[in-house]
Write a protein that binds this ligand. Structure first.
Ligand SMILES: Nc1ncnc2c1ncn2[C@@H]1O[C@H](COP(=O)(O)OP(=O)(O)OP(=O)(O)O)[C@@H](O)[C@H]1O
Ligand SMILES: [Mg+2]
Length: 240
């Protein structure tokens, strides 16, 4: 989808022997259903060494490793953009930014809270971080970046309409990293309510609240859309 929409995503490295910068090797965790067996590497040697250790620990399998996606690791903060597309909206911009969130990931977030000296003496089992989501936090982005975020969403909505009719409806989440030159890279898309929108519950979010002048969580926004569709007898336009 990202390719079709000509959206920026982290460059894929097909062959592990070509690893020449920091990459993330992405696959499912072998034992923990729904979790990840991600690891990073900066060279083929490091890739082999870390893969070997994770295979030994049962975190990954040969099969998973063979089908893993290797992509450039974007060094910068993670911003999940929680958007909402309204097929019913005819006056305002049909794409709304409801909020921005980021996630707490274990054990990665524990690692970055350790001083370097302590990181370096961790044993093999503790050394390679996992990326299990265990919490969410709310965020805002600098004003000048908002426009770029909207452009990504506009291209994504357009591409879903072209390639997967009728296209995205309602909430979707673009999961992005921002590099040192303020370029966005989309590393994942949730074509549904993003998990991080839990932070909107009851309080809404600075962006949705500003737009609607009241507390608007993702759940409330969905309810507003359904109500509007019923009132305008257009329910068929928001369900598939
Ligand atoms: N290219 C990348 N550069 C930097 N960090 C990345 C990259 N890809 C993924 N990550 C990190 O890994 C985490 C999980 O990545 P991703 O969303 O691709 O996995 P997932 O299993 O699809 O997650 P979920 O289904 O929970 O959204 C991100 O939150 C981010 O911290
Ligand atoms: Mg994701």
């Amino acid at each position: 989808m990202l390719e079709k929409a000509d959206l920026p995503y982290p460059e894929r490295i097909k062959n592990p022997e070509d690893i020449d910068r920091l990459v993330v090797v992405k696959m499912h965790h072998a034992q923990k259903k729904l979790e990840r067996g991600f690891f990073t590497a900066t060279s083929y040697e490091e890739y082999k060494e870390k893969a070997g250790k994770l295979l030994e620990q049962g975190v990954i399998t040969d099969d998973l490793l063979e089908n893993a996606r290797i992509e450039e690791y974007i060094i910068g903060p993670v911003f999940n953009f929680d958007f909402f597309y309204s097929p019913l909206e005819e006056e305002m911009n049909p794409i709304e930014l409801l909020g921005v969130d980021w996630r707490f990931e274990t054990s990665l977030d524990g690692h970055v809270r350790l001083p370097a000296a302590q990181q370096l003496v961790l044993n093999d089992k503790q050394k390679i971080p996992e990326y299990t989501v265990c919490g969410h936090n709310t965020a805002t982005v600098r004003e000048s970046l908002l426009e770029k975020g909207f452009q990504l969403a506009e291209r994504y909505v357009k591409a879903t309409k072209e390639h997967y009719k009728p296209g995205i409806i309602g909430p979707f989440c673009l999961q992005t990293c921002v590099d040192k030159d303020n370029n966005f890279f989309i590393y994942d898309v949730a074509p549904r309510i993003g998990g991080g929108t839990n932070v909107h519950m009851s309080v809404g979010h600075p962006y949705s609240n500003t737009l609607w002048r009241t507390n608007v969580s993702t759940g409330r926004r969905v309810a507003m859309e359904i109500k509007k569709a019923i009132e305008e007898e257009r329910l068929d336009e928001i369900v598939t």
